[in-house]
Design a protein around this ligand. Structure first.
Ligand SMILES: C[S@@+](CC[C@H](N)C(=O)[O-])C[C@H]1O[C@@H](n2cnc3c(N)ncnc32)[C@H](O)[C@@H]1O
Ligand SMILES: O=C(O)C(=O)C[C@]1(C(=O)O)C=C[C@@H](O)C=C1
Length: 243
């Protein structure tokens, strides 16, 4: 069972940069549900996208898998396929350890390999579905294009990338309203003003958001010609890119 996230509930002398360490791992399912509008819808839909887009004898990748929520949803979507393998990758040792336990707890014949590595080092091969669920935003911007290019090159024709992110918006008025609505979402899930502001400081320069237009431009540069938002809830959303 996931514990309640109260990491930022007490005043901290110094707010450290956010990292996916053991303390975050322990509360992660609670943290992400209470912080990311639409997270559960996106996770469920990743299973549906997998069911429709995965092909027999291909690989599926969950890049920045955390505790494996998207991996498990993909695996549920593979019920009627044969010869598929899921490769789930995260560079946090605490996440990978917990992810392995979590995945083992659910029985299935579909193989899942959980790797502790930087997603920039992974060669994508024979892929029908690749998921980057709220992970690209944690890579330094200079590394983002080469990762997407690697993904494009490793996808089979017709293969898909699900790219979920926190966005910023060019229109300052819209941006402010969507940011405020996200903060209201957090308040409605029990986060205090102190928790919200300390978490925001801790994510400064760690989570670097792009606009939807910047994502489309980068995806096109990587080779993807078919890119569209399939989900948006305030300043969070998900793009589906097809090779
Ligand atoms: C917000 S979480 C992802 C949530 C997860 N995909 C889900 O659906 O529940 C971001 C994850 O990306 C991982 N991460 C960040 N940068 C990474 C990198 N360069 N290589 C591998 N994993 C990375 C973090 O350790 C963290 O577990
Ligand atoms: O913007 C925030 O407040 C967030 O908490 C976002 C976010 C994310 O989008 O990944 C950041 C870190 C945690 O992993 C959970 C959620």
């Amino acid at each position: 069972m996931s514990q309640t996230d109260n990491i930022f509930s007490q005043p901290l002398d110094k707010v450290d940069s956010f990292s996916f360490d053991q303390q975050v791992v322990q509360v992660f399912p609670d943290m992400i549900k209470r912080s990311v509008p639409g997270y559960e819808n996106i996770i469920n839909s990743i299973g549906m996208i997998t069911q429709r887009c995965a092909v027999d004898n291909s690989n599926l990748y969950d890049l920045g898998c955390s505790l494996g929520a998207a991996t498990l949803s993909m695996r549920r979507g593979l019920d009627e396929k044969t010869g598929c393998k899921i490769i789930s990758v995260d560079n946090s040792s605490a996440m990978v350890e917990s992810c392995q336990q979590h995945i083992k707890a659910y029985k299935s014949d579909i193989p899942v390999t959980v790797l502790q590595d930087d997603i920039c080092n992974i060669k994508i091969e024979n892929a029908s579905v690749v998921v980057l669920n709220f992970t690209l935003q944690f890579l330094t911007p200079e590394k983002r294009l080469s990762l997407l290019t690697n993904i494009y090159q490793g996808l089979l024709p017709g293969g898909v990338l699900v790219l979920s992110e926190k966005f910023i918006f060019n229109d300052a008025t819209n941006n402010q309203l969507l940011v405020d609505l996200h903060l209201d979402f957090k308040r409605s899930h029990g986060y205090s003003e102190l928790e919200i502001s300390q978490k925001r400081s801790s994510l400064d320069n760690v989570l670097i958001s792009d606009t939807v237009e910047q994502h489309y431009a980068r995806l096109q540069q990587a080779g993807f010609k078919h890119n569209d938002l399939w989900y948006q809830y305030f300043n969070f959303g998900s793009i589906l890119s097809i090779k």
